[in-house]
Write a protein that binds this ligand. Structure first.
Ligand code: C2E
Ligand code: CA
Ligand code: CA
Length: 637
């Protein structure tokens, strides 16, 4: 018995290391990847190998009482599991390849030959046992085949990461090399000192190393959110595509997560997300990936199956809201995306999900060709806007504004135009400005517009041509930029444009929601001499009390309100319009009516006392040259 224990030091250390890895690993939820599955198998194989290792030491030190066939069987299992382990490790390295390309069947067969030969030697090969009363070990054909097997697969794995560089990230290459180094170092020591039974500690250290560097499940699983991470989702997607089989992505999207957080608090939002994760798991019985804070995805085998889950899922989501008193109604939607039919690769899945996360209005979006077309148009516009920022791809046009009191067009609104290509055709700012807002680049567009306006105004000395000011749109993001005033003041100075020549339009919604910075910016601009308009008045659900406290000069009545008031059956809206006009008068604000399209509208509005009129009836937005000609012709009359 003493001999047994004296030969057990390395195994006991290995058992301790392996136990730590096993407990940590199996306590966590793991991503369902092929490489993770292989790693799990390797771990189980390592555990089995350790048990057989210990039993061989026992049988070899008790050969007098143990029948030889038991001793041989234990050795066979020990060496066999070790052969299997190195073979699995090679397969594992193979599947870690980033391009997810698998070897062909023939190549697999070829690289499996040494493993098969090693297994054959385990079944038939001879094995001798050494026992000098102090140290024990085994040797012979079976052990030799094992050494060859280890050397072969370690060299192959190393060659894989060395020559297949593009397919492996630096981190994976480093981790694999580290694993191989441990194997080689320990095998050499073992070869030199035959009595040191170190294979199990080599295995345990290698598993620990791979676990820490590549396979820690907590890297892909968010315990607090009870779901897998976005990165895990991307990995699984890549793997699904490599399989060339159809599948369906089902995604539950929450549209107003930000509002929920601010209204109910972060912990309530977390609780809600966790409940939704649990619901998705319950209904689909599949792992849930948290693609975004507000998008939960599962992968299913077919769209038909996903459709079968829909009713129950919607019902449970509705129920969950009452449970937590958080009302999502109308603020969530479920997306079904049939792959690879509608998304040829993983990137297009992510793009489609991103695109649909902005959509609202329906509870279920089953992605079809039409949605894909819209998504592609959006992507094309995004590219166009990005390019336009780099290559002077924007123009500014001017829409003259008529002032009945002066009987002149003494102001104009500057409107941006995107130079487009054939693929997209004309793109209205109504389409690309919201996209630019989402991408956080609208402020750059606004700045370009201001530069062009100032350049034009200074070049043509517009203020000497009867133009009192130009209205320039300011997006919400821009209005709340703390360095806005300094940047804009520098632009005005550079061109020598007087501040009073600029009127900034901010939307009604932006004005009502204006935080400290926006209000501060507005005050500073006003001190400089710039004026302000509240754009699109009548579209938001204004807090009139808040609006009345703000300093601005003009109220621009939204074209929708104008059109409705003059439409058939618009009597009620006309009452609203009249009250807006009288309210503006009482508040001492100037009024601009947008979207004036007919003479009748113009006359009526002038009659009501509207100070400025803008619309196709007078002129569409026109380029610089045309605008100059327009001024010359109209203002001279
Ligand atoms: P907006 O500020 O309400 O601009 C008025 C829009 O109404 C312009 O559309 C103008 O061409 C259009 N319009 C004017 N009169 C009539 C009319 O009689 N009938 C009709 N049907 N339409 C009329 P546009 O140029 O397509 O601009 C759309 C929106 O894009 C603008 O709405 C504004 O919100 C945004 N936008 C335009 N230029 C800029 C810019 O430089 N910066 C920012 N941030 N937003 C801009
Ligand atoms: Ca405007
Ligand atoms: Ca407007």
């Amino acid at each position: 018995m003493e001999l047994f224990w004296s030969n057990m030091r390395f195994q006991l250390a290995a058992a301790a290391v392996l136990a730590v890895v096993l407990i940590n690993y199996f306590n966590m939820k793991r991503v369902h990847r092929l490489s993770t599955l292989l790693f799990t198998l390797m771990l189980l194989c390592a555990a089995a190998n350790l048990i057989f290792d210990i039993s061989t030491v026992y049988t070899i030190t008790h050969m007098d009482v143990i029948p030889p066939w038991v001793n041989r069987l234990c050795h066979q299992c020990f060496i066999g599991t070790l052969d299997l382990l190195v073979y699995l490790m090679y397969l594992y390295v193979e599947t870690l390849g980033r391009n997810e390309q698998r070897l062909s069947k023939w190549k697999y067969l070829l690289v499996s030959l040494p493993f098969m030969a090693a297994i054959a030697s385990v079944v038939m090969g001879e094995l001798q046992y050494y026992n000098d009363g102090k140290i024990v070990y085994s040797y012979g054909a079976m052990a030799l085949a094992l050494y060859i097997c280890i050397a072969f697969y370690m060299c192959l794995a190393n060659a894989r990461v060395l020559f297949g560089r593009a397919a492996y990230s630096k981190r994976i290459r480093g981790a694999v090399r580290g694993g191989i180094f441990i194997w080689i170092a320990v095998t050499l020591i073992q070869y030199r000192f035959k009595g040191w039974l170190m294979s199990s500690i080599a295995v345990a250290l290698m598993m620990l190393h791979l676990y820490l560097s590549l396979e820690d499940p907590s890297e892909h699983y968010d315990r607090a959110a009870c779901s897998f991470t976005r990165r895990a989702f991307e990995m699984i997607l890549a793997e699904r595509y490599a399989k060339h089989k159809k599948f369906c992505v089902m995604c539950l999207m929450l549209e107003n997560m930000r509002n929920i957080k601010s209204k109910y608090g972060f912990s309530a939002a977390d609780m809600l997300t966790n409940t939704l994760v649990a619901l998705l798991t319950r209904v689909t019985d599949a792992p849930v990936y948290r693609y975004h804070d507000d998008a939960l995805c599962v992968l299913l085998n077919s769209e038909e199956r996903a459709q079968g889950y829909l009713d129950r899922l919607v019902m449970l989501v509705e129920k969950a809201q009452t449970q937590y008193h958080i009302y999502l109604r109308g603020h969530y939607h479920i997306v079904l995306l049939d792959c690879p039919r509608l998304a040829p690769d993983a990137d297009s899945v992510l793009q489609t999900l991103d695109y649909l996360s902005y959509r609202a209005g329906r509870t279920v979006y089953i992605v079809d060709d039409e949605i894909i077309k819209q998504k592609n148009r959006r992507a094309a516009i995004e590219r166009l806007v990005e390019e336009a920022l780099e290559n002077d791809g924007f123009n500014v046009v001017y829409q003259p504004i008529y002032a009945p009191a002066a009987k002149a067009f003494n102001s104009a609104e500057a409107l941006v135009r995107l130079k487009t290509n054939e693929e997209t055709g004309f793109v209205s700012p109504d389409e690309f400005i919201p996209i630019a807002e989402r991408r956080g680049i609208v402020d750059r567009i606004d700045e370009i517009v201001l530069n062009k306006v100032c350049d034009f105004a200074a070049r043509e000395r517009l203020w000497e041509k009867g133009v009192a000011y130009i209205e320039v749109n300011l997006s919400g993001a821009q209005a709340s930029d703390p360095v806005l005033v300094d940047t804009y003041a520098a632009i005005l100075e550079r061109y020598g444009v007087p501040a009073r020549f600029l009127n900034f339009e901010i939307t009604e919604t932006c004005a009502v929601e204006a935080g400290e910075t926006t209000q501060n910016n507005m005050r500073r601009f006003e001190q400089m001499g710039c004026s302000f308009s509240i754009d699109d008045f009548g579209t938001g659900y204004s807090n009139l009390a808040q609006l009345s406290k703000m300093t601005y000069d003009l109220m621009k009545i939204d074209k929708g309100l104008i059109w409705d008031s003059f439409s058939e059956g618009g009597a009620h809206t006309f009452v609203v319009l009249s009250s807006v006009v009288s309210m503006a008068k009482k508040l001492g604000k100037g009024l601009v009516a947008e979207g004036v399209e007919t003479q009748a509208q113009a006359e009526k509005l002038i009659d009501m006392g509207v100070d400025h009129l803008q619309g196709y009836f007078y002129s569409k937005p026109i380029p610089e040259e045309q605008y100059l000609a327009f001024l010359k012709q109209k203002n001279a009359q």
